[in-house]
Structure formats: structure tokens, C-alpha cells
Design a protein around this ligand. Structure first.
Ligand code: ATP
Ligand code: MG
Length: 450
């Protein structure tokens, strides 16, 4: 596509000359009236503007100023009748890209235009690259994995070893342990990092939706298919498809997927043509797959195709030593998000976070920290900002709730009595841990009639 120039000169002859020499190489828009030229520019823009200096209605300097008020980048070349150095320096100072003296040599003008367009292209490209790099860094920050405790170092070592070889991977681990982060790390550390990383949550879609999402469809394949659509398997080609919650897919889907994983070929729903793809499959499950295979709930042939590498992501309770680092990073993340100046948890709360057994793993920790940061009105986060469920050490509140569904005040009572007991009936200490004062504790105990 030709680049677009706006040429402004009140002398019709000058405009016609430029047009004649430039129209082969560029899309030229000629104006004698600078006001009309500015209207056009404001509405449609251009890649470069050439303007005369002395004109009725607006001077070249005014045209330049108006353009610069809107756009700092676009090259503007000024034609000046006076071979007067001061004049030329003045337009450069005002932000002109270059100037030519009248009468100008059209060949020289063309060289100046080409040079200006090239520089502007390079600048724009540079800016795009910078933006992309920044987006990548922002993304990296969000998806950076923290902590080396438990077997996390082993996980990182495996990721580094296999990232480049495009083998299929099964990632197993409890909910919230970071399986998706592992999948991202595998993709973004690989040579295919520039190619797509596509996530699909198999648990969230019905069979037929999952099928049309994965395989795409031809126009008219079913009611509502009013145009052809590419599936995610095609979109992910060259990159990685992350199938989350793979254990939820039906027998029928397992069979379809087996073919794809084996042949690297798909057929769109309602289509006949086999399309070649090149997809790396990374799948995640929070149920042990080998058990599902033994129980006949997952095809063993598909399992073996996927299970080239098996990564076990450890639960947070087996790497409690990572909690301080995770906490620090997450507090920073949410403090930034909510524009708060927050240093971290006070020592008591930090201690508490280390004693909880984290059934919801890092996701639960992250949620608790986000909530604490959002609620806090001081630089330090205190016990009051941590949910009661966390403060019942060594036991899962949700387990307890599943059993007898106590009311909030019943739960509070149990927890206070438990803490009191654990602290040898020392009310001062208990009140401090609870983050309430002694008289409040006293009143509560009286209410409980103990
Ligand atoms: N090592 C880690 N460092 C920093 N953040 C982490 C880490 N592990 C998990 N997280 C964070 O915890 C949350 C849950 O992680 P992720 O979604 O990867 O878990 P998951 O195992 O896929 O969970 P689910 O099985 O429920 O889908 C995310 O917000 C993620 O950023
Ligand atoms: Mg997940």
C-alpha cells in the first residue's frame, strides 16, 4: 500500500509539479488552502505532510504547530522561499522534520521524503517493540513463579529441560498450586514462545461446545454456524494448547483427542478436509491420572500419549518455607493494584500464615492477601484482616463446615475457646492473638457463659 502525503502550497503550479513527480510512489493529496488541508488531516491523517511557508489563511509555521499539537511523530517538511538560515532554523525548532528551499529540485525533495518516511517507520517500529517488551515484562511479572521449597526446584529443573523439545506434558497437583503457571513457563521458556499459548478449560464446556471450540466448524455445520470458524487446535498450531481440567472430558472427546494427538491432524465440524497442525499438548488435572486410567475413566492410550513428561506440583503445605516470599510478592502486587502503601503483615499474622495448612494452596493465600490489602487502612496488615478460617491452626475450616455447618458466631466461640485452651487460659495473650482488646474478650466469654 502506498504511503499517504498531504501537499500544501497556495501556488497551483507547485502543487501540480509535486503531484506529477510523486504520485507514482505515493498517494498524494494536494491542497492550495491550508485550512482545507488541516480539515483533511484532522479527519483522515497522513504519513507525511509537506507545506509551503507563505500562504494566505495559515502560515507554514501555523500548519506545523497545529499538526504537532495532535501528533508528535508524523514527519512534516517545510518549503521556504527564503534561503534564509534563521527562517530554516526556526521551523526546525518548531518541530519540522526537515526543510527545502525554493525553488526546489524535485529529486532532492523525493530523497528528503523517503528519508523522513524511513526514519518515521523505524521510530514507530521501535515504539511497537518497546510496548511489546513492556507487555511481556508485565506478563512475566504476573506469571513469575515464586519459591523453591518442597519439590519446586525439581519442577523448575524439569521445565528448563523440556521447554524446548515440544513433548507433551501432564501437570498434576491440587487446585490452586500453580499448574497453569507451570504450563505458561513451559511455553514461554520454549523456542515457540512467540507462537500462541492457548488455554481451554475442559471442565467449563459441554461436549459439543468443547468440540466446536477445539476443532472449529464449517459454515452450515449446525444451526447457528453462519460462517466458518477456526478451532483452537488450528489457532494453537506452532505453539502450545493448555487443556485445563482434562480429567473432565467425555469418552467421546477422549477418542477425538487421541486421534489429534497421534496424527496432528484435524477436521473441522461439518468439514471433510484434514488439516495439518503442529501443537504441543500440555494438560493439567487435579486428580491423579494414573488412578483414573486404572479405574477405566480415562483412556490409557491417550494418557500414555500425553504423559511423556509428568510434573507434580507440590501443595503449599509441603513448602511452608515459601510463604514469606510469596506473601511479600503478593502484598506488593495487590498494594500496587489498589494503590496502597502497605509494608506487609505484622509478626503475629505472618506467624499465623505459616501455621495454616492451606487447602486452597497459593490461590487461597493470594485471595486472603488481596482481601487483607483491600480492607487495610494502615501500612501493616493485622490479624483482623485475615479470615477466621485461617486462624484455626492445623485444621481446615471448610472440612469443619462440611460436617456441621456452624453459624459464624458459633465458629467464633469455638475458635476463641480453642485459642484460650492452647494458651493455658492466658486471656491477655489470647486477646493479642485475636487482635482484640482484653475487655472485648472478657465480654465475649461472658456471652458464652464461660
Ligand atoms: N509459585 C507461585 N508463585 C506465585 N504465584 C503463584 C504460584 N503458584 C500459584 N500462584 C498463583 O496462585 C493462583 C493459582 O495458580 P494457578 O491458576 O496456576 O493454579 P492451578 O493449579 O491451575 O489451580 P486450579 O487447579 O484450581 O486450576 C494464581 O493467581 C497464580 O498466579
Ligand atoms: Mg488452573
Amino acid at each position: 500500500m502506498k504511503q499517504k502525503l498531504i501537499l500544501i502550497d497556495d501556488e497551483p503550479k507547485a502543487g501540480r509539479l509535486m503531484e506529477r513527480y510523486l504520485e507514482d510512489a505515493y498517494e498524494c493529496h494536494i491542497f492550495q488552502d491550508p485550512l482545507l488541508a488541516m480539515d483533511y488531516f484532522n479527519q483522515y491523517g497522513a504519513d507525511l505532510v509537506i507545506t509551503d511557508m507563505q500562504m494566505p489563511n495559515l502560515t507554514g509555521a501555523e500548519v506545523l504547530a497545529q499538526i504537532r499539537a495532535r501528533d508528535k511523530q508524523i514527519p512534516v517538511i517545510v518549503i521556504t522561499a527564503y534561503s534564509n538560515v534563521d527562517n530554516a532554523i526556526e521551523v526546525l525548532r518548531l518541530g519540522a522534520t526537515d526543510f527545502v528551499k525554493k525553488p526546489f529540485d524535485i529529486e532532492e525533495l523525493k530523497i528528503i521524503i523517503d528519508k523522513a518516511l524511513n526514519v518515521s517507520r523505524i521510530k514507530a517500529e521501535n515504539q511497537r517493540l518497546k510496548q511489546r517488551l513492556k507487555a511481556q515484562q508485565d506478563q512475566d511479572e504476573r506469571y513469575k513463579m515464586i519459591g523453591t521449597g518442597g519439590n519446586m526446584q525439581k519442577v523448575y529443573d524439569i521445565i528448563a529441560k523440556i521447554a524446548d523439545i515440544r513433548c507433551n506434558v501432564i501437570i498434576e497437583g491440587e487446585s490452586g498450586t500453580g499448574k497453569e503457571l507451570v504450563a505458561r513457563a513451559i511455553h514461554f521458556q520454549s523456542k515457540s514462545a512467540q507462537n500462541p499459548f492457548i488455554v481451554i478449560d475442559c471442565g467449563a464446556l459441554t461436549d459439543s461446545l468443547l468440540q466446536s471450540e477445539l476443532f472449529g466448524y464449517e459454515k452450515g455445520a449446525f444451526t447457528g454456524a453462519n460462517k466458518q470458524k477456526k478451532g483452537l487446535l488450528e489457532t494453537a498450531s506452532g505453539g502450545t494448547l493448555f487443556l485445563d481440567e482434562i480429567c473432565n472430558i467425555s469418552d467421546n472427546m477422549q477418542t477425538k483427542l487421541l486421534r489429534v494427538v497421534q496424527e496432528q491432524q484435524i477436521t473441522r465440524v461439518g468439514g471433510l478436509e484434514a488439516i495439518d497442525i503442529d501443537v504441543r499438548f500440555v494438560v493439567a488435572t487435579n486428580q491423579p491420572m494414573d488412578k483414573m486410567v486404572q479405574e477405566g475413566r480415562f483412556r490409557h492410550d491417550l494418557y500414555h500419549r500425553l504423559n511423556v513428561i509428568n510434573i507434580q506440583v507440590p501443595p503449599l503445605r509441603s513448602r511452608l518455607e515459601d510463604i514469606p516470599l510469596l506473601t511479600e510478592a503478593l502484598v506488593q502486587r495487590f498494594a500496587n493494584k489498589y494503590h496502597r502503601n502497605i509494608k506487609g503483615f505484622d509478626p503475629q499474622s505472618s506467624q499465623l500464615l505459616m501455621t495454616y495448612h492451606w487447602p486452597g494452596n497459593v490461590r487461597e493465600l493470594s485471595n486472603i492477601i488481596e482481601r487483607a490489602v483491600a480492607l487495610s487502612d494502615s501500612e501493616m496488615l493485622h490479624l483482623e484482616e485475615i479470615p477466621v478460617s485461617v486462624s484455626a491452626p492445623g485444621q481446615s475450616c471448610s472440612d469443619q463446615i462440611d460436617v456441621d455447618q456452624p453459624t459464624l458466631s458459633e465458629l467464633e466461640k469455638r475458635y476463641i475457646l480453642k485459642l484460650l485452651n492452647a494458651n493455658n487460659d492466658n486471656r491477655e495473650q489470647t486477646a493479642a492473638i485475636l487482635g482484640i482488646n482484653k475487655s472485648t474478650l472478657w465480654r465475649k466469654l461472658k456471652d458464652y457463659q464461660v
